[in-house]
Ligand binder design. Structure first.
Ligand code: AMP
Length: 587
């Protein structure tokens, strides 16, 4: 059983350097010593999480509760804890400092194990009902009482889900390769030069292992599962296949400028389809059970009862996984509606039936990944479409195949693109006809063409309370994008485009405040820092170079276009995209 102090040393090591490779090295050295039984708990904690994205539970502990827990465990008054919080602005540091000051000698306190920390934290969302606040408080205070100062800091940061050790998902994937396949690759890390060194010419072998780990991750979407497979070896890792009811990452499209560039990327002839503006939906069916996942792989089965019904009635087969886009339409005119009008359906927990009648969706199916026990993702798109046609009974305004053509001709393709825009769609997606379905991949044979300047999906990392009659709302937002390792980079601030009053589909200050308030982790006067969870789509006039923000870029005249409640931090726009858009606009 691993002691928590060991994990804390890892956090400290990783936090001590901004160098990505060095962080990866620390992590890989740590992982080499971990027993397989410990991996489950550890992998999540290393990522600064107690629950992973697919777990239904959410931690949801407020800063207030933590202040109380620190007070109880250190014997300091609430005032003293709050003063220290104001002084340092960081509850993790508060815990570290105050536990350090604690007078009573804790000779008899037991040493904390990783398991104990994990178990207590995991129980937090499970306590419910009368006295639940008290019970939560005890679970945290118990840990803090046994903790050394540094341990206390990381316990608090874990509970707040704000680790600040700066290890992104990309580094974690690399660390798996370094830790468990270093012998096969002959890999060593040169600390002096901050460089990785391979035996002879093993770079290809290294890339092969990275791809293998990535593939397994895209199929399973659970780092802890992938870690266990790596530990078992290459064979186990390579055997990973599709599992029904376990969502796999969706395939994505790369942006191109026009039909011509599109053909260059995907070849001729190509499949060209309408690009619908709705929710991505990955649908799994086994027997009578239908399960719906969003692009972020959140389970939204209960929110869309009509889709369950359409799939059961109109798609034949006992077991399958299909992929498509659910698009809202106006009940009276039958016209499609933009995404923001129906976005509320994703989060809705009550009156679901009513809402589904008011804001109905049509499912536009464009792919099939699995059928009757057999994975189809390696099959060419052409064959997958053929299969879909055979098993799907099209019923307009319920379930249809995404509208598309197969052509090698520029003119026909251009006309289809125009038709799509005239029909009110966003543009088209061009797909390589003989291409496989590549989970999680943006450069795997699909490209998108849209006439409008590409917007950015940015993560809100902070905000400011408004003035005067807006003082109860957060009104100005700090925004960020992500780097290749999933770390956040600032790109500026945005406040315009948000409405004061509710109108259908509009982003309002009220809604933003409602979403962000529970995520506040620090307050400095009018400014707050929030846990990075909320994603908004922004338009802008231009991307400019800037030294003010850590991304190295800023947006000229940014405007909030819509809330992307279907997206999470890892769906945010990347620095790579911003660099591409920057280059393109200069041309
Ligand atoms: P974007 O979100 O701009 O990267 O565009 C990719 C998204 O377009 C996908 O994730 C789908 O949700 C959506 N989409 C709409 N129509 C299609 C289609 N025919 N094929 C694939 N994706 C589509």
């Amino acid at each position: 059983m691993m002691m928590y102090s060991k994990l804390v040393s890892l956090y400290e090591d990783m936090q001590s350097t901004p160098k990505r490779l060095l962080k990866t090295y620390y992590l890989s050295e740590f992982l080499k010593k971990v027993e397989i039984e410990d991996l489950d708990n550890l992998i999540n904690l290393i990522r600064g999480k107690v629950f992973s994205e697919q777990d239904k539970e959410k931690l949801g502990v407020s800063s207030k509760l933590i202040v109380k827990a620190i007070s109880i465990s250190t014997g300091m008054s609430l005032r003293e804890v709050e003063d220290e919080w104001r002084r340092t602005g960081d509850l993790g540091l508060v815990a570290e400092n105050l536990v350090g000051k604690k007078k009573q000698v804790t000779l008899f306190s037991t040493k904390l194990s990783v398991k104990k920390v994990f178990d207590n934290l995991r129980r937090l969302p499970l306590v419910e009902g009368l006295g639940s606040v008290e019970k939560k408080l005890n679970l945290i205070a118990e840990l803090l009482t046994s903790a050394k100062p540094l341990e206390a800091k990381y316990i608090v940061r874990t509970v707040l889900e704000e680790m600040r050790v700066g290890v992104g998902d990309g580094s974690i994937r690399d660390a798996f390769v370094w830790a468990w396949f270093d012998k096969e690759i002959g890999l060593t890390y040169d600390k002096e030069a901050n460089n990785i060194v391979f035996d002879e010419d093993k770079r290809d072998v290294y890339n092969e292992y990275v791809a293998l780990v990535e593939r397994a991750y895209n199929m399973l979407n659970e780092f802890r599962e992938v870690a266990k497979l790596c530990k078992q070896g290459k064979k186990a890792l390579g055997r990973v296949g599709i599992k029904i009811n376990k969502p796999l990452k969706v395939m994505l499209a790369q942006k191109v400028e026009g039909i011509d560039e599109g053909f260059k990327k995907v070849g001729r002839p190509a499949r060209i389809e309408y690009k619908y503006d709705g929710f991505r939906m990955q649908i799994h069916k086994v027997g009578d059970k239908v399960t719906l996942f969003t692009r972020r792989l959140e389970n939204v089965t209960t929110q869309f009862p009509e889709i369950i019904d359409y799939v059961k009635k109109n798609v034949s087969g006992k077991e399958f996984i299909i992929d498509g886009e659910a698009v809202g339409f106006d009940k009276k005119t039958g016209e499609y509606m933009p995404f923001q009008k129906i976005s509320q359906r994703i989060r809705r927990k009550y009156d679901i039936k009513k809402l589904s009648e008011k804001l109905p969706v049509e499912l536009n199916v464009f792919d099939i990944l699995y059928y009757q026990g057999k994975s189809l993702i390696e099959e060419p798109l052409e064959n997958r479409l053929e299969k879909l046609r055979k098993i799907l009974k099209e019923t307009p305004k319920k379930i249809i195949l995404a509208k598309g053509i197969i052509t090698e001709d520029d003119k026909t393709a251009e006309k289809f693109y125009k038709d799509s825009l005239n029909a009110g769609e966003e543009g088209v997606i061009m797909k390589r006809l003989d291409g496989p379905y590549k989970p999680g991949n943006r450069v795997g044979g699909w490209v998108k063409i849209k006439p409008v300047m590409e917007s950015l999906d940015v993560v809100v990392t902070g905000a400011e309370w408004g003035e005067g009659k807006r003082s109860s709302w957060l009104t100005s937002f700090k925004i960020g994008i992500i780097d290749e390792a999933g770390e956040l980079l600032e790109i500026g601030k945005v406040g315009t485009g948000i409405k004061e009053l509710e109108s259908e589909g509009a982003v309002t200050f009220e809604r933003m405040t409602e979403l962000l308030k529970p995520l506040i982790i620090e307050e400095h006067g009018k400014e707050v820092i929030v846990r990075a969870e909320v994603v908004i789509e922004v338009n802008y006039e231009e991307i400019q170079k800037s030294t003010n923000y850590s991304s190295g870029f800023a947006l000229r005249f940014p405007r909030v276009a819509r809330l992307r409640e279907d997206r999470g931090v890892d769906d945010a726009s990347t620095i790579f995209m911003v660099e591409e858009f920057f280059k393109k606009q200069k041309r």
